[in-house]
Design a protein around this ligand. Structure first.
Ligand SMILES: Nc1ncnc2c1ncn2[C@@H]1O[C@H](COP(=O)(O)OP(=O)(O)OP(=O)(O)O)[C@@H](O)[C@H]1O
Ligand SMILES: [Mg+2]
Length: 459
């Protein structure tokens, strides 16, 4: 139902409007003066406001307009004026009126204006909604992955973005911790303020403190000028403490104090500096173990670990590999003159079976290199510059049967190891036996047992 507020101090004309609008299917609320109108506007939202300008000898319709716009800037307001001077109309449009109509008017003329205004209001709202939605999606669109595991991570990211809670992101190297930290900031109310990264691992102890908190001139020998720390730079925004597991105990204590008190002093300074900073930390260290060993403060751990986010390694979410590959092919396409368009199924199979110790970063690098090496339009297995077997677990490398008893699997394993040794040594048995560190006679016996025969033209 479309709600319209009709404001007019004269009962007669108001009733005429009320009847006409109700007949047209609108839900009409009436107000006989500015005060009543304001009361309605504050208690409920309207799809359109139709107000007389001149009421009780004042231009109080303009005040109704103002309040309506304050309550919801998308609500269209149409003014009815008996003083149809251009000046007043222009002023009203300036103040956000959608349209105006001069008294006396034909009801049909008014209905056309109302229809138009409603349609436009609807579009504005829809547009704004769409923009918001797109905005949100836009921010996450560079995080690729359809696995349940990654989608669960993104659910938490979405929720935690709206808050100021401290987040601790964990995951192996290259899983996307930086990417997620950025996404949280970009989708947070702090997105217009700075996102500042502090690499906790790269600085010596004292230097890290001056990085984080800044220092005053003369604080230490090389401090020939004062310096603003990252906490100050991040004021109002987000500070990303990368590799927080590397921070030394004395700095941990200082950090804890800052997080508790939200203020600190620069190194060598005495002035208290207040900051409003949201903390996101990341580590691939086992902090719980570090706490056990006394290397990481438990109280700091609880401060930074309000919301834990764990990004699983790529090998545990292999469903993500094909779309990541597609994403990276697009990403690097222009670098190779848009020559490379796709990847063969075989190459994809290989990428999916690979172990990816370096996670998404390693995959990204592999695709970039492959695209440079590929001559045609399609990436083939031979373009993947992964050393054979590297990173693949023995059983994957040897394509061992997934089922079967231990003796059966061991047997198959032995067969493949022998084949590999022979192939690598051009079927020279003495060399293969030496490589396997077994007597040549044993090799002969095992070749017979496994039915291994040299290729015909080789012996
Ligand atoms: N889900 C993903 N979608 C698209 N790109 C990703 C994804 N995850 C990671 N990447 C890309 O992989 C690379 C490594 O990611 P990132 O630097 O965020 O990892 P990290 O966990 O911070 O690694 P490190 O522990 O080494 O600091 C980046 O180029 C990043 O854009
Ligand atoms: Mg990182």
């Amino acid at each position: 139902m479309i709600d319209i507020l009709v404001v007019d101090d004269l009962l007669g004309p108001r009733k005429v409007l009320q009847q006409k609008l109700s007949k047209s299917g609108y839900n009409v609320v009436e107000a006989g003066n500015e005060e009543e109108a304001v009361e309605h506007l504050k208690s409920k939202s309207f799809d359109l406001v139709l107000t007389d300008v001149r009421m009780n000898k004042r231009d109080s319709g303009l005040d109704v307009l103002r309040v309506a716009k304050e309550e919801n800037q998308d609500t269209p307001v149409i003014l009815m004026t008996a003083y149809g001077t251009v000046r007043q109309a222009v002023q009203a449009i300036h103040e956000g009126a959608e349209d105006y109509i001069e008294k006396p008017f034909e009801l049909d003329e008014l209905m056309i204006k109302i229809d138009k205004a409603l349609q436009k209001g609807h579009l504005i709202r829809e547009n704004r909604f769409l923009r918001k939605e797109l905005h949100l999606d836009g921010q996450f669109s560079d995080i690729i992955g359809k696995s349940d595991k990654l989608q669960k991570v993104l659910d938490v990211v979405r929720k935690v973005s709206k808050t100021d809670a401290a987040v601790l992101i964990r995951g192996e190297s290259g899983t996307g911790k930086d990417l997620i930290a950025q996404a949280i900031h970009n989708n947070s109310p702090r997105s217009e303020k700075p996102f500042v990264r502090a690499e906790c691992a790269v600085y010596a102890e004292g230097l890290l403190e001056s990085e984080l908190f800044g220092h005053e001139k003369g604080a230490f020998t090389s401090a020939d000028r004062s310096r603003t720390g990252r906490f100050e730079i991040a004021d109002g925004g987000t500070l990303f403490l990368d590799e927080i597991g590397e921070i030394k105990p004395s700095t941990q204590l200082k950090l804890l104090r800052v997080l508790q008190e939200k203020s600190f002093e620069r190194v060598g300074g005495t002035k208290h500096i207040k900051v409003d900073v949201r903390i996101i930390a990341a580590t691939n260290k086992n902090l719980e173990e570090a706490i056990q060993k006394g290397a990481f403060r438990e109280d700091l751990y609880y401060r930074i670990n309000v919301v834990p986010i764990y990004i699983p390694p790529l090998r545990e979410r292999k469903e993500d590999i094909p779309i990541l590959v597609e994403h990276f092919i697009k990403k690097f396409a222009s670098k190779v003159g848009n020559r490379v368009k796709s990847i063969s199924d075989e190459a994809i199979d290989f990428l999916v079976s690979y172990n990816w110790r370096g996670n998404v970063r390693e995959l990204e690098n592999a695709i970039e290199r492959a695209m440079v090496l590929t001559d045609g339009e399609v990436i083939l297995p031979e373009h993947l510059p992964l050393p054979p077997g590297m990173g693949i677990s023995q059983s994957e490398k040897m394509s061992l049967p997934k089922t079967g008893s231990l003796p059966e699997k061991t047997d198959e394993f032995e067969r493949q190891l022998i084949l590999e040794a022979l192939e690598q040594n051009k079927w020279v048995r003495t060399k293969a036996a030496a490589a396997l560190k077994i007597p040549r006679a044993t090799l002969n016996y095992k070749m017979e047992k496994h039915n291994i025969e040299p290729p015909e033209d080789d012996e």
